[in-house]
Design a protein around this ligand. Structure first.
Ligand code: ZN
Length: 99
């Protein structure tokens, strides 16, 4: 199976990056190839749909602390001037109503 598209995970509780129990639901189509004696070989399996239901950490068994690393977290830069002046937007609206 091609594992290139499987996201990586990290457990924020213990820092585990390598061992997880992943519960997923998958819909696949495959070519079932029976030979004359009835032995089956499954070929050309294609994943049509896949939904990950739960990922839990193998180390600390925490499921709530596991995050996917598929989308890297944004590092928010502190914006200056916005927090220091909370009434700037509402104040201008009230002032225009006066005129
Ligand atoms: Zn953990």
């Amino acid at each position: 199976m091609n594992t290139d598209q499987v996201p990586r995970y990290r457990c924020n509780a213990c820092g585990n990056l390598t061992r997880f129990d992943v519960t997923s639901r998958r819909r696949t189509r495959a070519f079932h190839h029976f030979d004359v004696s009835g032995d089956l070989s499954v070929e050309a399996e294609t994943v049509l749909e896949e939904e990950t239901e739960e990922v839990s950490c193998r180390w600390c068994h925490s499921s709530g602390s596991v995050v996917g690393l598929e989308a890297p977290e944004k590092v928010e830069a502190p914006e200056r001037g916005v927090d220091g002046n909370p009434e700037s937007t509402t104040g201008s609206v009230a002032r225009s109503a006066e005129g």
